[in-house]
Design a protein around this ligand. Structure first.
Ligand code: SME
Length: 163
């Protein structure tokens, strides 16, 4: 599937509106919800924040929770994207030896690093239920979303943990 060019501009406007209203983890949460609701091939959407050498799940939206709420940077597709500082698209998770299984239905995954002041501070992780669900249009769109989330993730890191 793809993200059509006509969809990206209105989606980014909506995301800008969310980020003007909310900050930190609330902003991350609302962006996850918006992405999942707006794009049918985004079945599960999460934002991980990099804390030292561990990816910590800050926000997510989807039908089920994941057991992978903390992922060491040397593990998983998520770890690979953070280590290498680049977007990773896995067309078929069944043939990726590093893949950490979360949901039975997942067939493909895209993980997009979020940078702040040049450093990777987190990532967007999206799961899909069909093989090859993500292409260059998803990468381009989500890299733009990741750039917009930079401040929210940096603020989430300095915020006190939720009560
Ligand atoms: N599949 C990921 C783990 C996170 S879940 O998809 C939510 C990985 O291989 O790193």
């Amino acid at each position: 599937m793809t993200v059509a060019t006509r969809q990206t501009a209105p989606a980014l406007l909506q995301i800008d509106a969310v980020l003007a209203r909310l900050t930190g983890r609330s902003a991350e949460q609302e962006v996850c919800r918006f992405l999942r609701e707006s794009f049918r091939h985004y079945r599960w959407v999460g934002v991980y924040r990099l804390e030292g050498d561990t990816l910590v799940l800050d926000a997510w939206d989807g039908p089920e929770e994941t057991e992978h709420v903390r992922i060491p940077i040397d593990r998983g597709v998520c770890g690979r994207a953070a280590r290498e500082g680049r977007t990773v698209i896995v067309d078929d998770v069944r043939s990726d030896p590093e893949y950490l299984a979360c949901f039975l239905e997942t067939r493909s995954e895209i993980v997009v690093p979020i940078r702040h002041a040049g450093r990777v501070v987190g990532e967007i992780d999206i799961d899909g239920t069909t093989v090859g669900a993500y292409d260059a249009s998803d990468r381009q769109f989500l890299e733009t979303v990741a750039a917009r989330l930079s401040d929210a993730v940096a603020r989430s890191a300095s915020a006190p943990p939720p009560a």
